[in-house]
Design a protein around this ligand. Structure first.
Ligand code: SF4
Length: 239
């Protein structure tokens, strides 16, 4: 079983900056029967990137595909045979490092491509102290202070405004999905912080500190009415 993948369009933007991101996609929330996203909200589950791109292409009359089934298999392995899973992951990371270096790129890793697990608990980040890992999370209070090679960006969603404010107070950047057209200008500020365009690349560990990381609504998020997607222009008019 191969756990890591590359090749979504945002990752390709990172290549131009000299980085190759390897992503682990598990089945999000409780899709596999195990919960990989303890702080998932109704809105984020509905808009989840799990069904973006080829992961969301289903044959007529079918509600799953090989990509979804592979993500469920990986997730079950993580919960049912943790040692085997972590051994494969470690091996995949070693291979990825060699592959990226052959291409002259810096390998970086995002283990929560479509999950929100506290990877600091499983020792894998600690095994590669000279390698950069990064993730988005909705979980406050993760114990990552001693891990200089693990960068977290907090994720805003429907109903987690109080956690967003706490995350900002704790010094996290906060990723926020805005309901504005792709390529239109991001709002200048949001929640009192400058907005940084997070769609120029996926390399969150390079972002300036003290910003809201603005993302354009994509796929199902474009139709969100839950509060997961924020509408800054409308709010500015109303203010
Ligand atoms: S927490 Fe993230 S990965 Fe999990 S369901 Fe929500 S958007 Fe998807």
């Amino acid at each position: 079983m191969k756990l890591l993948s590359t090749g979504n369009p945002k990752i390709l933007k990172g290549e131009k900056q000299g980085y190759m991101t390897y992503i682990l996609h598990l089945a999000p929330a409780d899709v596999s029967g195990y919960n990989t996203c303890p702080k998932a909200t109704a809105g984020c589950k509905a808009a989840c990137l799990n069904t973006a791109g080829r992961g969301g292409m289903f044959k007529r009359g079918e509600s799953t595909n090989v990509i979804q089934e592979a993500r469920k298999r990986k997730t079950r392995l993580f919960f049912e045979n943790r040692d085997v899973f972590l051994a494969i992951l470690e091996d995949d990371i070693c291979k990825a490092i060699k592959q990226a270096e052959k291409k002259g790129l810096i390998p970086v890793f995002r283990l929560n491509g479509t999950s929100d697990l506290a990877w600091e608990k499983y020792g894998i980040i600690q095994k590669f102290p000279n390698v950069q890992f990064y993730d988005y999370t909705k979980i406050l209070g993760r114990k990552v202070n001693g891990l200089a090679n693990y960068h977290l960006t907090f994720s805003a969603a429907d109903g987690n405004d109080a956690d967003v404010r706490k995350a900002i107070a704790q010094g996290y950047n906060v990723a926020t999905v805005f309901g504005i057209k792709k390529n239109s200008p991001m709002p200048k500020t949001y929640e009192g912080l400058p907005v940084f365009n997070g769609d120029d690349s996926d390399l969150r560990f390079l972002d300036p500190k003290g910003v809201v990381v603005g993302l354009y609504a994509k796929g199902k998020a474009k139709k969100d009415t839950s509060g997961f997607v924020k509408f800054p222009v409308i709010m500015m008019k109303a203010a």
